[in-house]
Ligand binder design. Structure first.
Ligand code: SF4
Length: 347
């Protein structure tokens, strides 16, 4: 069993069953998550007999780095292999010395089949374990070898995080836990296509990480086509859920909106978007579509993007155009698709 990803309570249960004090769990967590120990025998303040029991029961296993591809803009796309041979990707995007964002995957492929997304063409190949999700961050930190190599983590890579609910929640808990990785909650963002029931559950977990919602259309007719999950959770049910989402004071929900030429980029769309978002604190990220091979969509003209942005800004929304990173290495939003799967993908 991989010790990375199990909860402190689960580790305590093992320790108690072995006749060891529960507080040892915190020591083991400290070694793994804070001191970067990847080998039980190195845990020198723990008795030899307990180290042996840990070694007999667990492994310390991070996703294996299969390749790194560097973009001209400094981003690095990591291809990882996880248990069972499945491959996933993460992208590390340095913006400045102060902001270095890591985008991690939550599933192998994705079943939601958004029509503008390369990952969606894969179907769902496998679910990741909590240790695989968390392990992408830990492996990148080990690889880059600097304590502050990652300042922000976004779950926007392959997969729909809320479609792999419990492992994602377990991973987020360990990421932000003072006993584990101590990552600041304000610097972690979970991005969802809007699985309304799961989103309400996630709000009740009380984790207080940032939430981003991929909306991408302002009418059900369009969203049904580009994001088929809309047929199950139409726009009004999603917006109602967002209005009731338990946000901490001062926080806003990020609305992601991929602009597709002639599909969702008109001023009429901007008007409807402003109306939809009027009842809760939000900020809007406009993402001009990143073309990928085989896609029927095109990015809008710069002028169109600017008009869309200006309309929303004039309505007092915080609205940003997201600069695409790693476009030359297929590392940009909606382009993660682990190019070398060990077997053909079905879904
Ligand atoms: S956009 Fe997200 S939810 Fe939609 S298919 Fe791609 S990975 Fe899945």
């Amino acid at each position: 069993m991989n010790i990375i990803g199990i909860s402190e309570d689960t580790l305590k249960e093992h320790l108690i069953a072995w006749g060891e004090p529960a507080y040892r769990a915190r020591q083991v967590f400290n070694w793994i998550y804070q001191q970067g120990c990847r080998d039980f025998p190195q845990m020198t303040n723990i008795s030899k007999s307990l180290r042996q029991k840990l070694e007999d029961t667990f492994v310390i296993q991070l996703p294996a780095i299969k390749s790194r591809t560097r973009s001209r803009d400094g981003s690095i796309k990591y291809l990882f292999e996880v248990k069972g041979g499945a491959q996933i990707e993460s992208i590390w995007m340095p913006d400045s010395d102060r902001r270095k964002t890591l985008c991690i995957s939550s599933q192998v492929g994705c079943r939601l089949a958004c029509s503008f997304c390369l990952t969606g063409t894969l179907g769902l190949r496998d679910q990741l374990q909590a240790g695989d999700i968390l392990g992408q961050y830990m492996a990148v930190l080990d690889d880059l070898g600097e304590e502050n190599a990652v300042t922000n983590i976004v779950m926007m890579g392959m997969g729909e995080p809320l479609d792999n609910y419990q492992p994602v929640v377990d991973a987020v808990r360990l990421l932000i836990s003072p006993d584990a990785l101590r990552f600041p909650t304000r610097k972690v963002t979970l991005s969802t296509s809007g699985l309304v029931d799961r989103l309400a559950d996630f709000g009740r977990e009380g984790l207080q990480v940032n939430l981003a919602v991929s909306l991408n259309a302002t009418e059900d007719g369009t969203r049904d086509v580009i994001m088929p999950i809309n047929k199950k959770y139409p726009i009004d049910s999603l917006i109602r859920c967002l209005k009731n989402y338990p946000l901490k004071k001062g926080r806003r929900i990020t609305i992601e909106y991929v602009l597709l030429q002639g599909i969702n980029d008109s001023l009429e769309d901007a008007r409807r978007l402003a109306k939809l978002l009027s009842g809760f604190p939000s900020k809007i990220n406009l993402i001009p579509f990143n073309p990928h091979p085989g896609s029927p969509y095109k990015p809008p003209a710069d002028k169109q993007v600017l008009e869309f942005q200006n309309y929303l800004a004039a309505k007092y929304f915080s609205v940003f155009v997201r600069r695409n990173r790693g476009t030359d290495i297929l590392g940009a939003c909606g382009q993660l698709a682990a190019e070398s799967f060990p077997q053909p993908i079905s879904g």
